[in-house]
Design a binder for this molecule. Structure first.
Ligand code: NAP
Length: 522
C-alpha cells in the first residue's frame, strides 16, 4: 500500500474531463473498437470494459490503433474481476497485466477495484500509476451504506480518482450519496452514483453534488450497471452538460414511474425557456421516502402521480381550494422556507382542452370512471356550469362522487335513453393499444369524445368516434395542459405548450415504433 496521498495531483485533470463517460462493451476487440469508433465523435470520453472480452489481453494492439486516429479521446481501461462484480475470471496478476498493456496502448486512466488494490504489492500499483492516472473503484451491489467507511479504506491508496458506487434501495439512498459527494469533492476527485432503478437520479444529480463525471451506456441493452441510462438520454433529456450546482431540481414522483413521459416533456420546457432546472423521475415505493428527500435533495417542486395524489395532501403545509375540494393534488412547490404547497392542475388539464372546443356552461357531460382523473373531470366541468353524469364500473363509487360534486350517477342501461355534448373516458380502458373500448359504438351519443388515455395517441375509442363523425379529443391534450400549468406555477413563465406537445408526440411515436419492432422480432 502506498502511503503517499496524492489528492491534488490528478495528473489527468478533472477539469479537462467531459461530464459523461460512455461504457463500451464488445465480445471481441474488433467489436469493442468498432463500437468505440461509432461513439467517439459525440462522446470523446469512453470506458473500455475489457472484462467483457473473451481474451482481454489481446485488445492492446487494436486500442493502440484506435488512439492513432483518435488522439483527442480519453479512455478508461477497466478489467473488473468477477469476485468484485466484473466479468474477468483471470488472476490478479493477469488483471494487472491487462491494465498495464492498455495503459501502454494509450488509455489515460485505468480502473482498479479497491479489493485488487488491497491485494496487490505497493510496487505494482506504482507501476500502473507510472503509466496512467489511477481510478480506484468500489462497488456495493446490494446497499447504500457505510460510504464514509469505504472511502476511509480507499484514501490511503494514492489514486487520481476515487469512484464509489452503491445500490439504491430507496430514494433517500441518493441523498446519502449526494451528501458524501458534497462533503468531500473539494478535496478529492470523486465519482459517486447509486446503481439500480431507484438510483437513476444520482446519475444526473451526482454531478450537481460534485461528482467529476458520470457513466452512461452506449445504447439501450448495452448497460454495464443496473439503472445505467444512455448517453443520448443524459444529454438530450436531462441536458447533463449544463447541470451545475445552481441547477434547480424537479421531478415526477410515483410508483411505478419508469414509463412516465413527464421528464421528456418538462425538460424540453425548461430547455426552451432557458430555465436552469432539471426534471427527474422519482420512483418512491413509499410516500415517506419521497418526503424525506424533498428537503435534502432539495427538490424545488414535484409532479405527483399514482398512487400518491390523495395521500400526499396530509404531508403538505397548504393546498389550493381545488385540491382540498377534490381531495387530490398533483403539483407541489417547495417555498424558500421549505414549506410545501399543493395545487391541482389535472382540472385545468381536462377543462382547458374542452373549453377550446365547447362552451361547458349548460352542456351535458358524461364522465366514465370515478377515480382521480374522473374527479378532476367532474369537479372541473361542474365548476364551469356543466350538467355532469357519472358512470362507473363500481356504482357505489359513482354515487359517492356524484353526491360530493352535485352530479348524477347513472347506470349503463340508462345510456340508451340519454345523449350528451361530451363524453370523457377517465378509465384506463384502451391503454397500451389493446383495442378495448369502454363503450360500444351505439353508446357513443355525444358531439365530443375526450379519451384521457394518451398512449396510444389514437385509442380505439377515438377512432370509433372519428368513424361516427364525432369530434375526438386526445388525452395528450390533458397531459400537456396539466404539465403546462405546473411549469407556470414553478417558474412564473408562460409554458412553451407547442414544444411540450411536440416532444411528447414524438416520444410516443418512437415508443410505438420500438414496440412494433420488438413485436415483429418475436
Ligand atoms: P384510478 O384512480 O385508478 O381510477 C380508475 C377508474 O377507472 C376507476 O373508476 C375504475 O373503476 C375504472 N376502471 C379501471 N379499470 C376498468 C375497467 N377495466 N373497466 C371499467 N372501468 C375501469 O385512475 P386515474 O388516476 O383516475 O386514471 C385513469 C386513467 O386516466 C389512466 O389510466 C390514464 O390513462 C388516464 N389519465 C390521463 C391523464 C392525462 O394527463 N391524459 C392524467 C391522469 C389519468 P372502479 O371504481 O370500478 O375500480
Amino acid at each position: 500500500m502506498s502511503s503517499t496521498i496524492n489528492n491534488y495531483a490528478a495528473r489527468f485533470s478533472r477539469l479537462r474531463l467531459p461530464k459523461v463517460c460512455v461504457a463500451v462493451v464488445g465480445s471481441d476487440p474488433a467489436e469493442l473498437i468498432e463500437k468505440a469508433e461509432g461513439l467517439v465523435r459525440e462522446n470523446p470520453f469512453l470506458e473500455f470494459r475489457l472484462d467483457y472480452l473473451k481474451n482481454p489481453a489481446s485488445a492492446a494492439p487494436r486500442i493502440k490503433k484506435f488512439f492513432e486516429t483518435h488522439m483527442d479521446a480519453t479512455v478508461i481501461a477497466t478489467c473488473r474481476r468477477s469476485p468484485n462484480g466484473g466479468k474477468f475470471k483471470g488472476s490478479l496478476a493477469s488483471q494487472l497485466d491487462v491494465l498495464l498493456k492498455s495503459a501502454a496502448a494509450g488509455c489515460q486512466i485505468v480502473d482498479i477495484e479497491l479489493e485488487s488494490a488491497q491485494a496487490l504489492k505497493p510496487g505494482d500499483l506504482d507501476k500502473l500509476r507510472g503509466k496512467a492516472s489511477l481510478l480506484l473503484s468500489s462497488h456495493d451491489f446490494k446497499h447504500t451504506r457505510k460510504i464514509d467507511e469505504t472511502f476511509a479504506k480507499m484514501k490511503p491508496f494514492a489514486a487520481d480518482f476515487y469512484k464509489l458506487v452503491t445500490t439504491a434501495t430507496s430514494l433517500h439512498d441518493n441523498v446519502l450519496m449526494m451528501k458524501f459527494l458534497q462533503e468531500n469533492h473539494d478535496r478529492y476527485s470523486l465519482i459517486g452514483l447509486c446503481m439500480g432503478e431507484q438510483g437513476i437520479i444520482s446519475r444526473v444529480l451526482g454531478l450537481r453534488a460534485g461528482s467529476v463525471f458520470t457513466f452512461a451506456s452506449a445504447g439501450k441493452g448495452e448497460e454495464t450497471g443496473p439503472g445505467q441510462i444512455t448517453a443520448q438520454e443524459l444529454r438530450s433529456i436531462y441536458r447533463i452538460d449544463s447541470v451545475d450546482a445552481a441547477t434547480r431540481v424537479y421531478g415526477v414522483a410515483g410508483d411505478p414511474i419508469e414509463h412516465s413521459l413527464s421528464p421528456v416533456m418538462m425538460n424540453a420546457a425548461f430547455r426552451r425557456e432557458a430555465v436552469n432546472a432539471v426534471y427527474v423521475g422519482l420512483h418512491a415505493k413509499k410516500l415517506d421516502d419521497l418526503i424525506a428527500c424533498i428537503r435534502d435533495i432539495p427538490l424545488s417542486g414535484i409532479s405527483v402521480t399514482m398512487p400518491y395524489k390523495e395521500e400526499i395532501l396530509s404531508k403538505l403545509d397548504k393546498t389550493d381550494p381545488l385540491s382540498a375540494q377534490i381531495g387530490a393534488c398533483n403539483t407541489v412547490i417547495r417555498g424558500q422556507d421549505g414549506r410545501l404547497f399543493g395545487f391541482n392542475t389535472d382540472v385545468a388539464g381536462v377543462v382547458g382542452p374542452l373549453e377550446q372546443q365547447v362552451g361547458l356552461s349548460g352542456s351535458r357531460v358524461l364522465v366514465l370512471g370515478a377515480g382521480g382523473a374522473a374527479k378532476a373531470a367532474v369537479f372541473g366541468a361542474k365548476a364551469r356550469g356543466a350538467e355532469v353524469f357519472i358512470l362507473n364500473r363500481t356504482p357505489a363509487d359513482a354515487q359517492k362522487l356524484a353526491k360530493k360534486a352535485h352530479a348524477k350517477a347513472i347506470k349503463r342501461t340508462d345510456l340508451a335513453k340519454l345523449d350528451f355534448d361530451v363524453i370523457v373516458n377517465a378509465t384506463p380502458v384502451g391503454m397500451g393499444g389493446n383495442g378495448q373500448t369502454i363503450l360500444n359504438e351505439k353508446e357513443l351519443k355525444a358531439k365530443y369524445i375526450f379519451d384521457l388515455v394518451y398512449n396510444p395517441l389514437e385509442t380505439k375509442l377515438l377512432s370509433m368516434a372519428k368513424g361516427k363523425g364525432l369530434q375526438p379529443i386526445s388525452g395528450l391534450e390533458m397531459f400537456v395542459q396539466q404539465g403546462a400549468q405546473q411549469f407556470e406555477i414553478w417558474t412564473g413563465k408562460p409554458a412553451p405548450v407547442s414544444e411540450m406537445r411536440m416532444v411528447v408526440m414524438r416520444e410516443l411515436e418512437q415508443r410505438a415504433n420500438l414496440n412494433g419492432k420488438s413485436k415483429a422480432a418475436k
